[in-house]
Design a protein around this ligand. Structure first.
Ligand code: AMP
Length: 592
């Protein structure tokens, strides 16, 4: 096994005794990665031996890796979905887990257009909490003095529903923020937020954001770090400030809360927190009324040391905009997690975004790795301690909550080791073509949306002969752009602007529920745009690709583009532009 000597040294020195304990825990887990993994698997199999799922594969009392690997199949969501559906419908027998399924976590990954439901059990909250408790001790190694101020984090709860059998179904962070683990967390000087719980827990996203921003402004000199879960969320907060600073400044000037904030818990909290501060209101108005918002974050929050947001994976597209608004503050990506399971953390969080590696904590679940090398047909899964530096793998997990050898869909590349625990660069999620926020649209979903929208063109004797797309993040929020090359048989009766506008909405209606929720409830995606290009444009695109070495026989139209010269070529051939005028349909009710 390769051991990266630079990273194999113990972490330290810690900032306080609590941190020392957390760092010792990381050392212990990563030094014994393989043994911990063996123990985790044995624990999961022993306690769940009598579940319907495991009994089917006749493991008996065996809890060793070899038997497990020889008998239990590697699966995707669709394989386990019938079992999940039974639990959702109210079957309380031990189907997947010996411990009762306490709720479902709704993943941003979808199946048949709907969010995947991930089973979870009560004790998983402790495991998630444990991972969270390791983040600040690591950060304190790199950034001193974080106990001398606060963090301005934009955190939100989202809508939740109940399954037909009565179990809650909600996003993992909503579940966490509503838990006592979060709500009654003990005071920790290294982890003080400007946002009150009342604002974080307010289901109305406007009132929640408004209050969190207001509190962040009031405490502006104390703010040492600014964050959101994903980069897109932090940019949305900046956009919110752009749109709402006059009212925020008015509230600060008068020391009273806008009448748009009606949530009683927030109003009660804010009567204590808000005092008239005309000087601060004047400063805010002066900064925000300028046209130039470059470096606005450090102007308003001058003591910010870093931005705490995920900018790995699809979120990397936001790095330039974050740099613009923050004047190039460090971007810290601290953890790697999902609804299925929390995976691990970045032990060097102040590194450059392109160098971020996550160390998977071997106590969180049992991890296996499916080789994902171009041209390789190997289907033999590799254990956590046996992955090789430089190679790419798909992550496969076995969780305490009843997922066995489940393919998460993330592709990771091994960059090195901390002790005997490997560290991974997040390469990409499989099959994601377009993503703005938590939405993930794959090629077949885009194809289906194009097909549905192009039905509106039939009466005009028009068809879509070629298309491609890209996620335009130059607007806040970002939006999907679809390039269409049309073939119109009767130019006297070609589709009007109005028809093409309806095509935009029809495409949005066809996209998965996470996309539609982002559009309707979260406002984190803007209206979809169709850009019609001149006939012959896609042939030019092919010529361009061939001139750069593509094989003429193997050339396929890319269904998503992000290479600047190609986008410039497409944009230079645009003949008309159309945006969705309405919102697609979305309700929090599950249809199944
Ligand atoms: P969800 O189940 O909706 O919470 O989404 C989990 C997925 O988000 C993961 O499987 C990854 O694809 C992605 N993700 C989570 N954390 C990170 C990260 N730090 N960097 C890149 N992608 C991430």
């Amino acid at each position: 096994m390769a051991v990266d000597s630079a990273m194999s040294s113990p972490l330290g020195p810690p900032a306080c005794e609590k941190d020392a304990k957390a760092l010792r825990f990381i050392e212990e887990m990563t030094r014994n990665a393989d043994a911990v993994q063996e123990r985790v698997l044995a624990e999961i199999l022993t306690r769940n031996a009598q579940t319907e799922y495991l009994k089917r594969f006749q493991l008996g009392a065996a809890a060793d890796r070899q038997t497990f690997k020889s008998k239990i199949p590697v699966i995707t969501y669709e394989d386990v979905q019938p079992h999940i559906q039974r639990i959702a419908n109210g079957d309380r027998s031990n189907i997947l887990s010996a411990h009762p399924i306490s709720e479902f976590l709704t993943s941003s990954g979808t199946s048949a257009g709907e969010r995947k439901l991930m089973p979870t059990i009560k004790e998983e909250l402790d495991r998630r909490q444990l991972l969270y408790s390791l983040l600040m001790p690591v950060m304190n190694l790199y950034v001193p003095g974080l106990d001398k101020g606060k963090g301005l984090y934009f955190l939100f709860v989202k809508s939740e529903t109940r399954t037909p059998g009565g179990l809650l179904a909600r996003p993992v962070l909503t579940s966490y923020y509503k838990s006592d683990h979060f709500k009654t967390r003990p005071y920790d000087p290294y982890n003080v937020y400007t946002s009150p719980n009342e604002a974080i827990l307010c289901p109305d996203s406007f009132q929640s954001m408004y209050t969190q921003m207001l509190c962040g402004l009031i405490d502006r000199h104390q703010v040492l770090r600014l964050g959101a879960v994903f980069a897109s969320g932090l940019l949305r907060a900046i956009r919110f400030l752009q749109l709402n600073w006059p009212q925020l400044a008015a509230d600060i000037r008068s020391g009273t809360l806008s009448s748009r904030i009606t949530d009683p818990a927030i109003r009660q909290h804010m009567t204590k927190a808000l005092k008239p501060d005309p000087e601060m209101a004047q400063f805010l108005a002066q900064e925000c009324s300028q046209d130039n918002w470059e470096g606005i974050i450090t102007r308003i929050w001058p003591n910010t040391k870093y931005l705490d947001v995920i900018v790995t994976g699809a979120m990397a597209q936001y790095i330039p905009t974050l740099n613009y608004y923050s004047g190039g503050l460090p971007l810290a990506c601290t953890m790697y997690a999902s609804s299925e399971c929390y995976f691990g953390l970045n032990l060097n969080p102040m590194c450059k975004p392109s160098e971020v590696s996550y160390t998977i904590m071997p106590n969180m679940a049992y991890f296996e790795f499916l080789p994902h090398q171009p041209g390789s047909t190997s289907t033999r899964l590799v254990d956590l301690a046996d992955v090789e530096v430089g190679k790419e793998y798909e992550l496969v997990i076995t969780t305490y909550a009843g997922l066995y050898r489940y393919r998460v869909g993330d592709i990771l590349r091994v960059t090195g080791f901390h002790n005997s625990a490997p560290q991974f660069h997040f390469v990409r999620r499989k099959n994601v073509l377009l993503s703005i926020d938590s939405d993930k649209t794959d090629e077949s979903e885009l194809q289906k949306a194009i097909e549905n929208a192009s039905k509106l063109l039939v009466e005009f004797n028009t068809s879509v002969v070629e298309y491609t797309s890209y996620a335009d993040t130059t607007t806040i929020p970002g939006h999907y752009v679809i390039y269409w090359e049309l073939l119109t048989k009767d130019s006297a009766n070609s589709p009007s602007h109005d028809v093409l506008t309806r095509c935009c909405l029809e495409m949005e209606e066809s996209l998965n529920s996470v996309y539609r929720q982002c559009r309707v409830a979260d406002h984190s995606i803007g209206p979809l745009e169709i850009r019609v290009v001149k006939s012959g444009t896609f042939e030019e695109l092919m010529d361009y690709a061939i001139s750069r070495g593509a094989s003429i026989n193997q050339y396929k139209v890319p269904r998503c583009v992000n290479f600047t010269p190609i986008m410039e070529l497409l944009d230079s051939r645009v003949v008309s532009v159309h945006f969705s005028k309405d919102l697609p349909h979305w309700t929090p009710e599950r249809k199944r």
